[in-house]
Ligand binder design. Structure first.
Ligand SMILES: [Zn+2]
Ligand SMILES: [Zn+2]
Length: 211
């Protein structure tokens, strides 16, 4: 089994893995920690800074620092990630959580937004043809979440979001298992929207008013 930089095994197939699509890290924390090249901090130094008298007792202890990360909805750097909480923690607040879950111009928002997160993640962390996914490939990735209630609606959802400009779309020829040539439509995150948080791109492309 693959393991994370922190040593934890990555259960990419497990239904309890909230970062099921991320095959390199066990948590958002570990990705941010590694990508920013952060280091463990000495607990004594940290306590000394806070004015504790007993800091010397902790000189041999090292901790993972807490990290300020961006909310994937509004883009504010207000999400505090710590190594000990295993949550995905994408949003800064209830407000941003409901902005995504109640965005007025999509149905099944949760599913749609997760699909968009997967697409953006792929664009940023993969190269070339691996950045592109068909609706069926997306469905297979989503199945890893376990008990996914949604029949394969991804070809339709992805087509809608390509029409809205948040995804790019193209035809692809491939050979199926029997060696026959087939056509499919594949999608990729539109890099024109990388400059803003995903939540804002979600609203902007849907033509919904950001509040
Ligand atoms: Zn980890
Ligand atoms: Zn936010």
């Amino acid at each position: 089994m693959r393991s994370c930089t922190c040593g934890k095994p990555i259960k990419s197939e497990s239904a309890t893995n909230v970062r099921f699509w991320d095959e390199e890290y066990c948590s958002r924390y570990c990705r941010e920690y590694d990508e920013r090249g952060l280091e463990m901090v000495n607990r004594a130094d940290m306590l000394k800074e806070k004015g504790s008298k007993h800091y010397k007792n902790f000189s041999g202890m090292w901790d993972y620092p807490s990290i300020k990360a961006k909310c994937i909805c509004c883009g504010e750097e207000t999400v505090t990630l710590t190594k000990t909480n295993d949550q995905d923690k994408p949003y800064c607040s209830r407000t941003c959580h409901s902005r995504i879950h109640r965005m007025p111009k999509a149905r099944k928002n949760q599913i749609v937004f997760t699909m968009l997160r997967v697409m953006k993640h792929r664009y940023l962390n993969y190269e070339g043809s691996e950045q592109w996914l068909s609706g069926s490939a997306m469905y297979n990735i989503m199945q890893k979440m376990g008990g996914h209630p949604f029949k394969n609606g991804y070809p339709m959802i992805m087509k809608i979001w390509a029409g809205r400009g948040l995804l790019l779309k193209k035809d692809n020829n491939y050979r199926n298992e029997e060696g026959n040539s087939r056509k499919e439509v594949i999608y990729c995150f539109n890099p024109a929207h990388l400059d803003k948080p995903l939540g804002k791109a979600f609203y902007e492309c849907a033509g919904a008013k950001w509040e």
